[in-house]
Design a protein around this ligand. Sequence first.
Ligand SMILES: [Zn+2]
Length: 661
Amino acid sequence: MKNRWNDDHATACGDDPLALRVYSSRLIGQESSLVLHGGGNTSVKATYRDIFSDGHEVLFIKGSGWDLATIETAGFAPVSLEALKRLAALDSLRDSEMVRAQRLALLDPQAPNPSVEAILHALIPFQFVDHSHADAVVTLCNTPDGENEIRSLYGERILFIPYVMPGFDLANSVVSLSRDCDWEKLDGMVLMGHGLFTFANDAKSSYSQMIDLVSQAEERIEAQRGTKTATAADEENRGEIPNLLTLAKIRRDVSKIAGAPFIAKPLLSSSCHRFASQPNAAATATRGPLTPDHVTRTKRIPLIIDDKAENTVEDYLTDYQNYFQTYTDGLLVQLDPAPRWAIWPEVGAVAFAPSLKEAEVIADIVEHTLEAITAAETFGGWAPLPPKEIFDVEYWELQQAKLQKSKTTPPHQGKVVVVSGAASGIGLACAQLLLSEGAVVAALDINPEVENLFTGVNSIGLTCDLTKPDQVNRAVAATVGHFGGIDTVISNAGLFTPSSFIEELEDDHWNNSLEINLTSAMRLIRASIPFLQLGIDPSIIIIGSKNVPAPGPGAAAYSVAKAGLNQLARVATLELASKGIRVNTVHPNAVFDTAIWTDDVLQSRAQHYGLTVEEYKTSNLLKREVTSMDVAQMVSAMAGPIFSRTTGAQVPLDGGTERIV
Ligand SMILES: [Zn+2]
């Protein structure tokens, strides 16, 4: 492992210990094989000056909610060192009491909650303390002869601590195990199944000892494994999803037992694929996690996908319930039992989470876990901590306390939405609104600009010509391949053909209108139905037109196509109800903030009726302008629980039209 220390950067911190602490903490945070997504913690003992300039001896310790990769001085909570040492001297302390006592001992009321490992940091008689969950060290721990591996590798350089759950009990156990040790002779401390501590009176030494000890573990693993470097062919050998319907079905079943919609993100990297292609992949991956620290994100074990078995997810649920019943004290509240990842034999892995952001965190943990399992297999087998230890962390009282706090989740969290014509106007507004409300969105448009508009983690922009059936099928497949399924289809793409009376109507305009306003919508719906029927509260939402109930002269091509679309929606309502798919239509009128209504067009239409532009925009019963966002709000309602008992509805969104009411 590379030592990233840079003397110039360190010198720039001056002699401020907290600035140096920030600097070297970030060095650790940059290395994903040391800490992942908020894991690990660091501290420095220093003097805190209060508003009266009085000095207090404190431990600046990483606060919860901060990530070492991006931590700032505000992320270090100043806790009275004396208070922490007094806490350490107690015989027993519940972790919730410890958290409260640590909060009380803060010198800054706005500081984040100090890490649960604060007492342990306070006990270590050095100014700088670094703690990581280094993959290589934990991998060696998780082998059949883990303790001997660690002891023979490091000898007297480290203090060996058998596994104890983080929190007060761990601090307590370090107190008794370190009673007769000479700290000056130690470079670090290995916590079995958990991670590594290093310490020194200067930031550079503490950090460098961390890198040295981890490098030693990495070299040990490499020597055991033999030098097998990945070839370019290996890199390209990614997994391929054999059956998108299986993926959608698994996602539905996982969401069902989670009690909320989950994304299912396929992980097909060459490393996941290689792992999943081993005959013993399912057996090894279900022995337990890399460290108990991961359990709140990944659950203890993954689901194993079996294309042929009907009840894969139900069996997982039964196993989880048995696991809970085995270890609960009878007072605990069972967490949602849904798996957070799966091994798909011969294919790769899948991450399950309510948001794509969380799915990506899980994906990182999975990559590191599979790497560790592969390495441990060369030492005689993957031997993680037993289920009881994992359970205790999963059901830690501090985790249970979090359950009591009510969380508000966005209304469309975890839903997968497809929007056609998403590069502008109503489609763009729908896609943006649903994204802001927690959905993930596949945004389709014939305009390739859509790929630049939707690049965020929660969306994909797909250039798609809806008049080409193979492109439509590809876009639908890409959506499922990316997010695991489809819950909502918003059929919005359409166009206005030039105004013309029937006697002058050109065939091209007529055909074009039918092709885009009607047939293209049918194609998108047709391709989506197999996945929608496996969706979560699935629905189709049609952007219709006021022209359906109230046509106007000179718009035959447009009105006829939209009327046909309306009839398609009605037939779809009848056909799809038994599959649980709702079909609802919104009929907007005069939505002027779209690409077709340029200032010139608006001006000339207003003039045509002898009105100002403002009067023209609000020429409805309510005298209110209708915007794209108003339509998007209606679509959001139709996609959600408000419309869960409604199908076949046609809702006008036009400020009121005399000819319709
Ligand atoms: Zn830790």
